[in-house]
Design a protein around this ligand. Sequence first.
Ligand code: PHE
Length: 399
Amino acid sequence: MMTNRGARGNLFAGLAAAALWAAGCGGGGGPTGEGSGEGAQGTGAPAPAEIRIGEYGSMTGSDATFGVSTHNGIDLAVKQLNEAGGVKGSKLRVTTYDDQGKQQEAATAVTKLVTQDKVVAILGEVASARSLAGGTVAQQHGVPMISPASTNPKVTELGDYIFRVCFLDDFQGEVMARFARDTLKLDRVAIFRDAKNAYSVGLSDFFKKSFEGAGGKVVADVSYGSGDSDFKSQLTTLRAAEPQAIFIPGYYTEVGNIAQQARGMGLSVPLLGGDGWDSAKLVEIGGPAVEGTYFSSHYSVNDTKPEVKSFVDAYKAAYGGEPDSNAALAYDAAKLLADAMGRAPSVTPQAIRDAIAATRDFPGVTGVITIDEKRNARKSAVVLKVEGGKFVVAETVNP
Ligand code: PHE
């Protein structure tokens, strides 16, 4: 369900407007409860009835599971937090915009969250390119943003208000290069990158550097563009290079189609990828063509640690399906934000920023999170293998 309520009656035809996403939780409608003075705190300043947080993501489009899983993860965290009394006696309220997987809409969404909804902090985006677009706006306005899942190094380099709770692509590229070289014992690998996706370009470059640094050879490096659906001419080039595996660090929709077409052309070597594969849709789209492939990601739904189990159980009970990496990272980002707001002397954007920056050893579902001086987190990665349509842990790699 999607509405344009965010734009009120002022919606001009053709106006680019990221739509307010009204899912089950109090996302719809306008600002409420302002200045009711309820729940006064010891500091003398009355606590607001509610603390407004913004969220932007791809609820629709070709990587919609990124946005929907993230939304569910945030929703679960916020429900649990509010049931436990909220933050400083105030309830958290999340306003969510669908950016449709478009960079321009991501920037529009953040502008609205800041100027119209007056949120004190923002959660999003998943795709690095959209975090770069939205993060630029958040930084300009001095509103802290935590990206749950954007791994491109440039995202947090935008400025001192931009954070992330996941590992970075230099690490992820190294993880998959070492996996190809040391575990699979490969000498010759080809790269098939999405030239229109900053994440894919960055991760390809990091992988190449690490794989060649470890004595391997990249025998071909060709590209496609997000939204493409016919990959046969590039696959012909890739096949001619006779690689032992192909590294395809794209998003799941294109990757599923690439895998299908590769297998259809008799290209049967292992396919390797990164966290952009982490969606149940990879298997729906790729089917048997993605069996036996490997990709790096942030966590495994089968992890037996009690904190992971209780998250997975609560998520399944609330939303039906299994939580993917984005659901888990978003849950962690929301809980970490609430923890920072609890420690902040006041819930102003600047005080929240400082408290996020001071986060040490926060116990997340995806691992322990310490925010470093570059506003990044150092976390372990898992290499997952697609087996019987499920993602099975092949390896865990610590930083
Ligand atoms: N790391 C990807 C990016 O930066 C986003 C992503 C994270 C996708 C986790 C899926 C799972 O673009």
